[in-house]
Design a protein around this ligand. Structure first.
Ligand code: AMP
Ligand code: ZN
Ligand code: FE
Ligand code: FE
Length: 275
């Protein structure tokens, strides 16, 4: 019997751009002896009811989460919401609006690829995914399947990364509106993987009332982990962490079972919620 629960608070499924269904993901999670996870699909909570049920059957606690994209000073900032009420009607309306926007953006990206003389259609993208939260990773995979690129990273590097020829921005959303949606749905809000953010942006988010920061993330080195833990302690925030596991073509299998949220920070979240 192990003493310390293993907790991963950042995971994706086929309900956004993850490769595995909730069942496949939770089976993997169980194989890695992970006890508690948060599923944080982009702009969707649609997989959570199913995931919570599967988690109960397989002995994994699933905390409802979501990952939202916002803009600060023209930089894309991801926010994580945890312990949200997945039936909150404002939250559901907000998410369905952004999924709709994602679909229209995917159409624009495909158009840009066609203008570059590349043979790909929105149907090719639909063949990759049933998800209604279409993201660039789906388009990257469709491009691999069409033989346009050799791998996922080539698709981003040549065409899809920020500023690349087929790049299209998502609609601008202020972090304040995302924080309100998460807060009103009873959740706690965290800055996801802040490693690429300027300190001024971090300060804007802290001043906007963010509850915490994702300190442990595969993209953070040990200096960054220390730095963000320092910020958390200085501003009396909460700490989160996880693998940001997507699986499949993204090639991030090694991240699963390697990035943990220390249970003491999990307990602090529970205390903050008054549970
Ligand atoms: P989207 O939400 O559609 O903008 O897609 C964002 C996702 O694409 C991120 O969560 C990453 O998984 C992936 N991504 C973004 N930029 C890159 C990049 N330069 N290389 C590889 N993957 C990327
Ligand atoms: Zn993703
Ligand atoms: Fe993210
Ligand atoms: Fe993520």
């Amino acid at each position: 019997m192990k003493q310390v629960p293993r907790i991963d608070f950042h995971m994706h499924t086929t309900y956004s751009d993850g490769h595995f269904t909730p069942f496949e993901l939770i089976k993997k999670v169980r194989e890695h002896n992970i006890d508690i996870i948060s599923i944080t699909d982009h702009d969707s909570v649609n997989g959570l009811e199913e995931a919570i049920g599967i988690g109960k059957d397989l002995g994994v606690e699933v905390i409802p989460g979501v990952e939202l994209s916002t803009d600060v000073e023209d930089v894309e900032v991801h926010l994580l919401g945890y312990f949200i009420d997945i039936n909150n009607s404002e939250l559901k309306k907000y998410l369905s609006f952004f999924r709709d926007e994602r679909y229209h953006r995917a159409l624009r990206i495909v158009k840009k690829l066609n203008a570059l003389d590349l043979d790909i259609s929105i149907d090719d993208v639909h063949e990759v995914t049933n998800s209604s939260a279409i993201g660039r990773p789906h388009i990257a995979i469709a491009m691999i399947r069409k033989g346009i690129v050799n791998d996922y990273y080539e698709a981003f590097q040549k065409y899809l990364r920020d500023g690349a020829p087929a790049y299209e921005r998502k609609i601008h959303v202020s972090p304040q509106s995302a924080l309100k949606i998460i807060g009103d749905a009873g959740g706690l809000s965290f800055i996801a993987h802040p490693g690429h953010l300027k300190e001024s942006i971090l300060m804007t988010l802290i001043n906007s009332g963010i509850d915490g920061i994702e300190v442990i993330h595969p993209s953070h080195n040990s200096y960054q982990r220390k730095f963000y833990r320092g910020i958390v302690s200085q501003y009396c925030l909460l700490e989160s962490g996880g693998s940001d596991f997507h699986g499949g073509e993204k090639g991030d299998d090694d991240n699963l079972g390697r990035h943990w949220l220390d249970p003491k920070y999990y307990k602090e979240m529970i205390q903050m919620l008054g549970k």
